[in-house]
Design a protein around this ligand. Structure first.
Ligand code: HEM
Length: 432
């Protein structure tokens, strides 16, 4: 009889301490769901020399609910201009996130969804039956939304894509618990620094242009009625920021407008591209599900289709975890058998994908069941750092996928090619 293959945890335990993380990362990249299941069953809090992995729904919720204890300190060296995301539950984070949430008015969403549909359809029609879904579609649609809805005008969309790309790679894939050679790390940091400099210059020029336009608009307002029967004026998020006047005591000056405009760009393109291209592949690899999705995509009521997309993203999320660093010692899951003391300055991986397969919150978690309780998903994060772009993402992601699913005789010519972290290309073809 062949010997029983070693469990993942036995392999990890038998590995010398210095290479344990590398092995865990390899397993997570290859067979995340089976590994997470074993963690949940046998060691829900796995302590490694470089970081602690947390696998259960309850524990992930517990830690993501305490931003002052489980901090985003690791974002700090990666972000410029004191951007809100690198702050933990302080005045700046609270103030700027709520201002931006208001300006990203949820009443816009039906219009945004229509914009996404039009932009997507137009790209696909021009492609005549063949496209690289990553560069030409899944990145291009959000880049166009960044330009047309967020108002980051006057720059090629390819540049916007590149800036978003390097910021995301450096922030999310160049951390102490990522496996990379010093040369790779240096290349990522240099590319991020170079693109960050270009982004900074562009944002300054954008804010000057928008400020002048807003001033001119204000000066000309009394005359507008005389030559425009249509009283609508240009409207986008950056323009809204420029038109909104806060007293000095609110601390939201033009510099803060610039920092937040840059955040909109960085947060949008790469995340949306990865989520959409992985969902498209997930559906294409499952013909029955694709057929179900295609039928739902034809309906004017998009809720069934959207439910399929959210469930697909449970299997292929943009990342299987969110990371934090402790500011102080903390005992996680206190009073349970798995209770673990986590020292200060420890890096912690909240395995949100594992939490989305925890039977505590997901009945028959291994089954694909569209239409699950939306509140249990971690697709847009959880707690005080929950995604600012969540509601835009909630219309943009499914609509980008929907336009592709509606194509006749859609097929993939190979699998998604990754450049190490991010999707690089994915060849799609259809009867054009
Ligand atoms: C639509 C445009 C988007 C914008 C403007 C945006 C922006 C942001 C910002 C500013 C944050 C940090 C919020 C904070 O720290 O309080 C954030 C967090 C997050 N976003 Fe987005 N995002 C967008 C799209 C997406 C998409 C498409 C996904 C995934 C499919 C996503 C996933 C996340 C996640 C998981 C977090 C939490 C990170 C953490 O807790 O450390 N975002 N987003």
């Amino acid at each position: 009889m062949a010997p029983k293959p070693m469990s993942y945890l036995d392999r990890v335990d038998n590995e010398p301490a210095e290479s344990r993380l590398k092995l865990v990362r390899e397993i997570m990249a290859g067979e995340p769901l089976a590994f997470f299941q074993e963690l949940r069953d046998r060691r829900p809090i796995l302590v490694l020399p470089e970081c602690v992995l947390v696998a259960l729904f309850d524990d992930v919720i517990e830690l993501l609910n305490m931003p002052k204890v489980f901090t985003v300190r690791l974002y700090e060296p990666k972000m410029a201009n004191s951007y809100l995301m690198m702050h933990d539950d302080d005045a700046l984070h609270y103030r700027e996130k709520s201002i931006m949430q208001g300006l990203l008015n949820r009443d816009d969403l039906p219009q945004v969804r229509k914009m996404v549909a039009d932009i997507g359809r137009d790209i696909l029609e021009k492609a005549s039956g063949k496209i690289d879904a990553v560069g030409e579609y899944c990145r291009m649609v959000p880049a166009t939304i960044v330009r047309d809805y967020f108002g980051l005008i006057g720059m090629h969309r390819k540049d916007l894509m590149e800036w978003s790309y390097w910021a995301q790679v450096d922030t999310f894939y160049n951390q102490p618990f990522d496996i990379a050679t010093p040369e790779e790390r240096r290349r990522i940091e240099e590319s991020h620094a170079a693109s960050g400099e270009k982004l900074g210059k562009y944002i300054t020029a954008l804010i000057v242009t928008k400020a002048l336009t807003a001033k001119l608009e204000w000066l000309l307002a009394p005359f507008r009625k005389m030559w425009r029967r249509d009283k609508r004026v240009a409207d986008d998020i950056v323009t809204r920021m420029m038109r909104t006047k806060f007293p000095d005591s609110v601390n939201f000056d033009l510099q803060r407008v610039g920092a937040n405009a840059g955040g909109l760009l960085i947060g949008t393109i790469e995340t949306t591209a990865q989520a959409t291209v992985q969902t498209i592949q997930f559906l294409l690899e499952r013909p029955e599900l694709l057929e179900q999705a295609r039928n739902a995509a034809k309906s004017e009521d998009t809720s069934t289709f959207d439910g399929i997309v959210w469930e697909a993203l449970r299997f292929v999320p943009i990342s299987p975890y969110m990371f934090r660093q402790t500011s102080q010692e903390y005992t996680l899951a206190k009073g349970t058998e798995r209770e673990t003391v986590i020292p200060a300055s420890t890096n912690v991986l909240a395995l949100t994908q594992s939490a989305m397969f925890d039977a505590k919150a997901f009945e028959s978690p291994e089954e694909f069941q569209a239409g699950r309780n939306w509140y249990h998903y971690f697709t847009f994060g959880y707690g005080s750092h929950e995604c600012l772009g969540k509601y835009v993402g909630m219309v943009m992601i499914p609509e980008i996928v929907r336009q592709v699913v509606l194509l006749p005789e859609l097929r993939a010519e190979g699998k998604i090619v990754y450049d190490g972290h991010m999707p690089k290309s994915y060849a799609l073809a259809w009867r054009g």
